[in-house]
Design a protein around this ligand. Structure first.
Ligand code: PEP
Ligand code: MG
Length: 325
């Protein structure tokens, strides 16, 4: 198996009928980037930066962040890296921010919602990313966006930061794409408006499942309802991918769902531009993609979306698997 997968490590992922689907890595620190690329990642689809802020007594300063992002660029050797700005607060507490404990942390004060209060911390991160963009192919992605106002606000801040860097004569790439996590269901209904303001989307299937189904992703009591094979969830995914493509923009997926081999035919059927996952799953995913036919996957997805229950979807998937061997 290891040698078979090794042959997929260094080639771009595509289906048996030639449909290209980028397979990227989720990382949490620049030191993981090297490993991800040697595992066959074609890009970094999600650099979760919150780890850089946790388990310490103050936020990292601009130079520390800049060096980390530069290291990641070096490992990427021109491949693209989507840096997600800090997704902290709520369930990912950071002591030095002194955010009071909340009853509903997943519905509370987290991610983009805390940026106005911690504006210097946010700007410092943007400055570091922009400065590092002079050394690689970086993209900026904002977590937990739920409205256009938040996007417009972020764009204003980004423009301010660019202006400051220009004044200081600090180099940065002129065109650093801006994207958002698609993980709050409200965004699914304003994709046309979002597409006028941003460059790309990445589906956060972990949170999108939780918010669409109103099931806590960490609560064992409701775990049975936390299932991405729910037809309502599949229809949501299909809707958002279609809408984003209709407006000529790019859309990937970076939740845990991306590494689930059994669900992969559905993800291929969606026509995503990229799937991002933890790097040990990359070679096996590329190998699986190479065996799939994108048109068959599309038919499968259509069938799954017509199912009435999760069980029916599972049955349709199992039938599909039988035809593949
Ligand atoms: C997600 O919500 O699917 C996601 C990738 O973000 P996180 O798991 O960090 O919330
Ligand atoms: Mg999320």
């Amino acid at each position: 198996v290891a040698t078979r997968q090794a042959q997929f490590r260094d080639v771009a992922a595509q289906t048996a009928d030639g449909k290209v689907l980028e397979v990227a890595a989720n990382i949490a620190h620049s030191v993981e980037a090297k490993q991800a690329f040697s595992n066959g990642a074609e890009a970094v689809g999600l650099f979760r930066t919150e780890m850089l802020y946790m388990d310490r007594t103050s936020a990292p300063d601009e130079d520390e962040l800049y060096n980390i992002f530069c290291q990641a660029c070096e490992a990427a050797d021109g491949k693209s890296i989507i840096v997600r700005t800090i997704d902290i607060g709520g369930d990912k507490p950071v002591d030095y921010l002194n955010i009071p404990t909340e009853n509903n942390p997943f519905l509370g004060y987290r991610a983009v919602r805390i940026y106005p209060e911690f504006i210097e911390m946010f700007k410092t991160q943007l400055r570091a990313i922009l400065r590092a963009s002079a050394h690689g192919n970086l993209k900026i992605m904002i977590p937990m966006i739920s409205s256009l106002e938040e996007i417009l606000w972020v764009k204003d801040i980004l423009a301010e930061v660019r202006q400051e860097l220009r004044k200081e004569n600090r180099p940065f790439a002129e065109k650093v794409p801006l994207g958002i996590m698609l993980e709050v269901p409200s965004v699914a209904f304003i994709i046309d408006q979002c597409c006028e303001e941003i460059d790309f989307f990445s589906i956060g299937s972990n949170d999108l499942t939780q918010y669409l189904m109103a099931v806590d992703r960490d609560n064992a009591k409701v775990a049975a309802s936390y299932n991405s094979l729910n037809p309502a969830f599949l229809r949501t995914l299909d809707h958002v991918v279609r809408e984003v493509h209709r407006h000529g923009k790019w859309i990937g997926l970076c939740g845990e769902l991306g590494a689930k081999g059994s669900v992969l035919p559905l993800l291929v059927g969606l026509g995503l531009d990229e799937i991002s996952m933890s790097s040990p799953s990359i070679a096996a995913t590329k190998e699986r993609i190479a065996k799939l036919d994108s048109r068959e996957c599309r038919q499968l997805l259509n069938k799954a979306m017509q199912c009435r229950t999760i069980q029916e979807v599972e049955h349709v998937l199992a039938q599909f698997r039988m035809t593949q061997t």
